[in-house]
Structure formats: C-alpha cells, structure tokens
Design a protein around this ligand. Structure first.
Ligand code: GLP
Length: 247
C-alpha cells in the first residue's frame, strides 16, 4: 500500500480527483468503481469542475457503485442512487445507462447481487475502485466479521454503521438495516484501489488497516494484499501512524 498524507481534507479530494482524472485521460472508456459517503464529496466536486472546464470527458466511461441500501427505491432522497445522481451523475456527461448501482428493491436480492458481479465482469472489470472507510474499518458495506465474503451480497449493517450513517437520515430508526454490497473479492479484483479517509474519527480504522494483521475483523486490512492500492489521508486520519508508516 502506498500512503500519502495531506494537510487538509480538501487536498485529499483534489489529489484523488487528479488520480481518477488521470485514469480517465489515459483510458477514456475506464470502468470506475465509485463510493458514497461524505469523504468522496470533494472528489466529485473537483471532477465536476474539471468536466465543466473541458478537461474531463465521461462520455465513454462506465461506473459501478459499491453498494445500496435494501428497501430504498432509486428515487428515495436517501438512496445511494439519488446521492450519486445529485453529486456527480447529473453534472457530468456520463451516459445514464453506463452508471450502475445495485437495486436494493429487487425482489430477489441474491440474484441481483450475482447479476451485479456479472455485469462488472462483462464490462471488463474495474479499472480503479474508489473507497471510503467506515469507523469500524468497513469498506463498501463489508462489515467486520468472522470471514471475508467474496461476492456481491446482502449485508446486515452493524449497529455502529447504522449509528454513523444516521446523520444522513431524520432519525436512526429510518436507517435501513440491510444493504447490497460488492464483496471483498469484487473490490480486490479492481486493478487499482484508491482509499481516502479524512478526520480524526477514521484514525483508528486507518491505523488498524495499515499496521494491523489482515483480518475480517478489520475488512479494509485486506488491502495490504492488493498489488496496487493507494491510501490518501489528511493529517487527522493519519494521526495513528508514525512518520515512517505514513511516508
Ligand atoms: C458508508 C458507505 C461506505 C463509506 C462509509 C464512510 O457506510 N457504505 O462506502 O466508506 O459510509 O462514509 P463517510 O465518508 O461519510 O465517513
């Protein structure tokens, strides 16, 4: 894993946008794995600006998001589909049919999950996967557990994730308890990984991810085994790492 530390969250966003933008410039028909949450927002803002200035063209790109809540229809204000439409898709020239997010309202969620993995394969695999990280070390919605789950699957969200994500909802009781998430195998099969983390609340998860054993108890720790993974941090998120670890 390569680690870069920046002074501010804004710089992390700019740097990640530069790396995603470079991917798109080098390969205009890239397959981009995208993420939701607060952390990627500065990245999406920077990508939109580069698009508006005529630097980035998304017309040949394909995107696959990591996850979606079970039970929230695409148009629901808190669905990840809606989040992506609002914060990226509607503001760049991605073809609507080239943007993919699991359908959390599918009648057969297992079939939906299997079809999602197959669609990624059919698109040629993920060129780059953008990841945030949960405070408990989750990536996508792969929660800490006894084993790594490889394929796209339905997940029971942990109490800590429900609590952390309640800030996006009016009350914790509104947070869906399940999600469809790309599995660890799906994430690890991306050709490049770009994980971003900002803020003190991520410092423990980052220290365990980088310095701890590879264990399903800290799902992001599996990234130690990825041949091309980069982690971009602000100083607060890097505060559990020593100077030597961080550079
Ligand atoms: C959710 C998403 C993750 C994301 C995490 C952290 O649980 N499923 O993909 O990494 O939140 O989000 P934030 O960046 O808002 O802290």
């Amino acid at each position: 894993m390569e680690i870069r530390v920046f002074d501010t969250a804004e710089q992390v966003g700019q740097a990640a946008a530069m790396l995603l933008g470079a991917q798109l410039l080098q390969k205009p028909d890239s397959v981009l794995g995208l993420a939701t949450g607060s952390s990627p927002l500065p990245i999406y803002e920077a990508l939109i600006e580069l698009h508006q200035r005529g630097v980035l063209d998304f017309s040949r790109a394909t995107t696959f998001n990591l996850d979606e809540y079970v039970g929230l229809p695409a148009g629901h204000p808190k669905s990840y589909r809606r989040f992506m439409e609002e914060h990226l898709f509607s503001q760049v020239n991605l073809r609507p049919e080239a943007t993919h997010i699991p359908n959390g309202c599918a009648a057969d969620l297992s079939a939906e999950a299997a079809a999602y993995d197959a669609a990624i394969q059919q698109a040629g695999g993920l060129d780059i996967q953008l990841l945030g990280i949960g405070r408990n070390g989750h990536i996508g919605f792969n929660e800490p557990g006894d084993c790594f789950v490889s394929g796209c699957h339905v997940v029971e969200l942990s109490e800590s994730t429900v609590t952390a994500n309640a800030r996006f909802f009016t009350s914790p009781s509104e947070v869906p308890r399940r999600a469809v998430s790309l599995g660890i195998g799906g994430i690890m099969s991306a050709r490049k990984i770009l994980l971003i983390a900002t803020g003190q609340s991520k410092a423990d998860a980052i220290a365990q991810t980088v310095l701890g054993d590879i264990t399903p108890r800290v799902p992001a720790s599996i990234l130690q085994a990825h041949p091309n993974a980069m982690i971009l941090l602000d100083r607060a998120a890097a505060s559990g790492l020593s100077q030597k670890d961080a550079f």
